[in-house]
Write a protein that binds this ligand. Structure first.
Ligand code: AHR
Length: 325
């Protein structure tokens, strides 16, 4: 049997399997335009779940066959998924790398198989970058800058002369963790009022956000002026701990978060979060458009960054629209 026929059969089988697994969403009307293998890193946050849903929805809208695998927060699962995509001879591989390092080998295998690779959301570092056709994701450095710029304006408006900041960071060695931290630190560096008392790792998880906050409150108590948290999930875990310790979040402590999911925006409206920098999970349309171009042998942009906003107590928060994640 020819390679093309094998691929078509694998594709139809895959779509049939997906249709059984997600009956309401995946209902391909005809043979898909192309087969896209996508390795999602996990389901650690509302952001991630929204991102997966958007990619499923857009694949269905574009008539693209989607082979979706969830790696449950394990890099080895992502590497195994990419190898399965290569074995199926999908047309395009996409993945959201949980961490930046450790991809060279598997990506060189994709290149040898002639399958183009697209990054969604997060980046890879070093020599693995040469195997990537396009990165579709937020400018995380800018998100850190926007968070810090908000803090500087807030400190000005409150007339603060000294600001003690605790930082709850995302997954170690991941792009959003590295770049959000770098953007934030670079921006506050020249402001003598700002001191980062401690940075602790919360792995983008609500439970870890709570744990980190308990530790920070036990250690620094009322000396904490600002909590800068790298995502909404960890912020939502930290807030009850702050209240249990007798502080009023948003008043006794300035709370800054990143993502802009509905739950965090609702809490921003209650005044318990002061600022949320948007990071949109809606990357599916750009992914499908890029996959089609790659399949057709067209050139693609090497980086695509969505435009993002800042939601804070500086604006009329009642005007913020439903977030959809
Ligand atoms: O990579 C994007 C980050 O990962 C989001 O900020 C976070 O919520 C997610 O888990």
């Amino acid at each position: 049997m020819m390679r093309g026929q094998l691929k078509r059969i694998a594709c139809i089988l895959m779509i049939a399997l997906l249709t059984v697994g997600c009956s309401s969403r995946q209902e391909p009307q005809s043979e898909p335009k192309l087969l896209l293998g996508f390795s999602q890193l996990g389901s650690e946050s509302a952001w991630r779940i929204g991102n997966t849903r958007d990619i499923e929805d857009q694949a269905s809208k574009f008539g693209i066959g989607l082979m979706l695998e969830n790696a449950n927060q394990k890099q080895e699962n992502q590497i195994a998924a990419i190898r399965r995509f290569i074995a199926y001879n999908v047309d395009v591989i996409a993945f959201s790398p949980i961490v930046e390092e450790g991809w060279d080998y598997v990506l060189s295998e994709a290149e040898s198989a002639g399958i183009p690779v697209v990054l969604v959301d997060r980046d890879v570092s070093g020599s693995a970058r040469k195997y990537i056709k396009c990165l579709i994701g937020a400018d995380f450095y800018k998100e850190g800058v926007l968070a810090a710029e908000y803090l500087i304006r807030k400190a000005d408006s409150m007339g603060l002369s000294h600001v003690n900041i605790v930082e709850i960071t995302g997954t170690e060695n991941s792009t959003p963790m590295r770049q959000r931290q770098a953007g934030f630190m670079d921006t506050i560096a020249s402001d003598k009022r700002m001191t980062v008392t401690e940075s602790v790792n919360g792995d983008f998880l609500k439970s870890r956000g709570a744990e980190c906050m308990r530790y920070l409150l036990d250690t620094y108590g009322r000396d904490i002026d600002v909590v800068f948290s790298h995502n909404d999930e960890m912020t939502l875990g930290a807030l009850p701990e702050i209240e249990n310790a007798g502080f009023v979040p948003g008043k006794d402590m300035i709370i800054i978060s990143i993502d802009g999911g509905q739950e965090a925006i609702d809490v921003l409206k209650e005044g318990k979060i002061n600022c949320v920098v948007e990071c949109t999970p809606k990357l599916g349309t750009e992914l499908m458009e890029t996959a089609i171009k790659l399949k057709n042998g067209e050139t693609v942009d090497t980086e695509i960054h969505p435009v993002e906003e800042v939601f804070s107590d500086e604006i009329d928060v009642s005007q913020i629209k439903e977030r959809g994640y």
